[in-house]
Design a protein around this ligand. Structure first.
Ligand code: NDP
Length: 252
């Protein structure tokens, strides 16, 4: 069912960027899409529904998943996309800042997986698509915790894939390179990145490089097309070399 029209799809982080592009494309293809975000969305978007969901809150995840299951009776596909980028030197990063990054980008996906797996297992069908990053394949300096969160997501997903395959559930990683979205504007810089930091000049140079990479990067719609391809044709298992990945989206 996860490839055919009319699949029930839950997409986290659908208020902007890649998640929003996925919600628009998948609903235009006839899928029943539930997008989510922390911020309540004022006007309902055409073609899909929005639910409130903060991936860092167990209750919030449980509530949103229960709402979709009670309305539709099933969830065929989950796109774990919600996330933010923490920037700053590792030495300047507080444990609280690190924890918040891992909580959103890694544990958030784990929470959603835990909430949807029982019903997928019972139906012996389902697909979990994890939006990772180039930063999940190489360590990005001054985004070490962002990289750590995506490496964690990748290791988790490779293991999960093997645990759930016998229940007819597939877990796939999508690794975008640079994408033009709100991620940079929404970036959280570590509190200590300012005047007193020994890394300040190099950090600022890296931020400029990130911004120009994203300006020249892919459109969110390119990633959405890859997600659709995974849904409709299964995972082709492509892992582009890192040098190419900045301008592409790999599927693993
Ligand atoms: P955006 O900032 O445009 O979108 C991020 C989305 O995640 C928003 O909808 C935001 O909604 C949501 N979000 C953030 N934190 C939470 C949370 N705690 N709970 C629920 N939702 C949350 O960035 P992108 O579209 O670029 O990012 C989407 C994913 O793509 C991220 O996982 C990112 O790491 C990944 N990615 C992005 C790349 C890029 O170059 N842009 C490259 C590779 C991967 P709200 O704030 O309303 O909750």
């Amino acid at each position: 069912m996860s490839g055919s029209q009319g699949s029930v799809v839950l997409i986290t982080g659908a208020s902007s960027g890649i998640g929003k592009a996925c919600a628009e494309l998948l609903s235009a293809r006839g899928h029943i899409v539930y997008g989510t975000s922390r911020r309540p969305v004022e006007a309902a978007p055409p073609g899909y529904r929005m639910l409130e969901l903060d991936v860092t809150q167990d209750d919030s995840v449980q509530r949103a998943v229960a709402t979709v299951l009670s309305r539709e009776g099933r969830i065929d596909v989950v796109v774990n996309n919600a996330g933010h980028a923490l920037a700053g030197a590792a030495e300047d990063t507080s444990i609280e800042e690190a924890r918040a990054q891992l909580d959103a980008n890694f544990l958030g996906a784990l929470r959603v997986c835990k909430a949807v797996l029982p019903s997928m297992r019972e139906r012996r069908a389902g697909r979990i698509i994890q939006v990772s990053s180039l930063g999940g394949q190489v360590g990005l300096p001054f985004q070490s915790l962002y990289s750590a969160s995506k490496f964690a997501l990748e290791g988790f997903t490779e293991a999960l894939r093997q645990e759930v395959a016998e229940f007819g559930i597939e877990a796939t990683l999508v690794q975008p390179g640079d994408v033009r979205t709100q991620l940079t504007q929404n970036r959280v810089c570590v509190a200590k990145a300012g005047a007193g930091s020994a890394y300040r000049e190099r950090f600022e140079a890296v931020l400029k490089a990130i911004e120009s990479g994203e300006r020249g990067g892919l459109a969110a719609e390119d990633v959405a097309k890859k997600v659709l391809e995974v849904m409709e044709r299964g995972a082709p298992h492509v892992r582009y070399p890192v040098a190419q990945l900045a301008q592409r989206v790999a599927v693993v």
